[in-house]
Write a protein that binds this ligand. Structure first.
Ligand code: UDP
Length: 487
């Protein structure tokens, strides 16, 4: 996928990318799925664990931890939210000042953001970080959540799957129900702000209030619309086209629309538990808890146990590499307990791992952000060999941690990985194995990819970049700034 908003030739370091440039729709497919939140399961029955380690030369303490990984049973207390100032050491003072400058021009302007859930899911996670930062910068931003019965959420879930290309039987009754819940919420809400941002399809019908307001209205679409169910999209599209603009997460995810479209990449928070820098002693402790040997190369894929993440393909690639280089593979995911398909995939993964004691499979609870952070930091190479993907935040997390990332060329991944510059794109088990082997035997090249990857993530995929884009877009929509290819 060619992404014209990402500098691909000269490299990411030191090069400003074009921002807020309207997008052209492109064809691509992906599957977006939610992060699971189930409790951890026993990874393998005891006799299977014994079989794996019977002929192993591993030191006993690694064997013991691989059989019984020390997994955190309780969620840790939530950390204090970061302040805007805290991002200074990461992005630098000039960047902080630039964001403050943009915000200062918007002082007195008010914003409302509306979505369909306050907790759970990526959108709520982003808003939980973004909105306090906007308020701290004195751009008063209110967050409201629409309400609805189970029948509404069943419909919106059906829409979500249909917009990803699934089958759906759209009836008059369904569209009436969708509109009546939108109407109830619309009657309950007031829109006195200067800017109204509606996230995703669930509250899209609130735009009926636009005619009664002076506000500029923005539709922020977090999902991939490249291959939608035509009936559902034909129903939603006339509402989307009443907005002043629409925002998508990748060039490949857009539709042809009569309103300007903008590219806002998803973002990670460099100060979150998942991404903040860690003491080396903590990284060592996590490896010790899971029986991971830091003296040998570590390949790692963090993903839900889902076939589209191709964990079995990762094991096949690892096995090809292992013939030449002594390494370990860590496959860490979550939610395979309650999700029947997750449990089946986990079993497939264990079967594929067979007797190999150097394949470490971890089924982690949802409160494992620090552990995932440590696993990513301990990794020699981060793999994300997806067959279909949303944006692929695990790739972003790996790039941010300055790791060489080997990933499938699907969904939003090519926006993040410029092949052989910020990481490596692969299309097959053999290709994945070849690239891993190459990186393991060319550590200087691997280090350079990691450095470039971090710069690329810093420039494009941090929450501060996202904040800056919002402030710029608000200025453009309020007529305070002109869109430009070189902003
Ligand atoms: N993740 C997690 N625990 C797991 C597996 C994944 O916290 O067991 C996180 C991972 O670090 C990333 C997100 O869930 O932040 C997955 O996002 P991504 O876009 O890679 O894939 P999705 O699961 O949304 O398809």
């Amino acid at each position: 996928m060619k992404d014209k908003n990402v500098e691909q030739k000269k490299g990411p370091a030191g090069k400003k990318t074009a921002e807020l440039e309207p997008l052209e729709p492109e064809d691509a497919r992906r599957t977006e799925t939610a992060v699971t939140t189930e409790a951890p399961a026993e990874v393998a029955p005891p006799e299977e664990k014994e079989r794996r380690f019977r002929d192993s030369n591993l030191p006993p303490h690694f064997i013991e931890r691989r059989k019984h990984p020390r997994i955190q049973k309780e969620p840790p207390p939530p950390p204090a939210p970061p302040r805007f100032e805290d991002y200074g050491p990461i992005i630098g003072k000039p960047e902080l000042d630039e964001i403050r400058f943009l915000a200062r021009h918007l002082q007195g302007k008010t914003v409302k953001m509306v979505n369909s859930t306050a907790v759970g899911g990526g959108v709520a996670e982003i808003l939980n970080r973004l909105i306090p930062l906007m308020n701290e910068l004195e751009v008063p931003t209110r967050w409201e959540v629409i309400t609805g019965g189970n029948d509404f959420y069943e419909v919106t879930k059906g829409f979500h799957n249909a917009l990803h290309g699934g089958d759906y039987n759209l009836t008059q009754q369904i569209t009436d129900l969708f509109m009546s819940y939108n109407e109830q919420n619309r009657q309950r809400m007031q829109f006195n702000e200067d800017l109204v941002v509606i996230h995703d399809p669930q509250p899209v019908g609130l735009v009926r209030s636009k005619a009664d307001t002076q506000a500029r209205w923005i539709w922020r679409c977090h999902i991939d619309l490249s291959n939608p169910h035509s009936g559902v999209w034909d129903f939603l599209k006339p509402m989307v086209e009443q907005y002043d603009s629409a925002i998508f997460s990748a060039p490949a995810f857009t539709r042809q629309l009569a309103v300007p479209q903008y590219l806002f990449y998803p973002s990670i928070d460099p100060l979150s538990e998942k991404n903040k820098s860690l003491e080396e002693s903590f990284v060592n402790k996590v490896c010790d808890d899971f029986g991971i040997d830091r003296s040998r190369p570590i390949l790692c894929q963090i993903s839900r146990f889902d076939r589209l993440k191709d964990p079995v393909g990762v094991i096949e690639s690892y096995k090809l590499v292992k013939k030449y280089v002594d390494c370990q593979l860590v496959l860490a995911g979550g939610g395979a307990t309650d999700d029947p398909e997750g449990a089946v995939v986990l079993q497939e993964v264990m079967d594929a791992a067979g007797d190999d004691p150097d394949v470490i499979i971890l089924n982690l609870p949802p409160w494992s952000a620090l552990e995932i952070n440590a696993l990513q930091r301990a990794s020699t190479i981060i793999i994300q060999k997806s067959l279909k993907e949303g944006f692929g935040l695990t790739v972003t997390e790996g790039l941010w941690k300055e790791k060489p990332v080997v990933a499938g060329a699907v969904g939003g991944i090519p926006s993040q990985i410029v092949h052989k510059l910020t990481g490596v794109l692969v299309h097959s088990v053999e290709g994945c194995a070849y690239q891993i082997r190459y990186l393991l035997t060319h550590p200087e090249f691997a280090t350079q990819l990691g450095k470039n990857g971090r710069e690329h993530a810093k420039e494009n995929f941090l929450i501060t970049v996202n904040l800056k884009r919002w402030l710029l877009l608000f200025q453009i929509l309020l007529g305070m700034a002109k869109p430009s290819k070189t902003i």
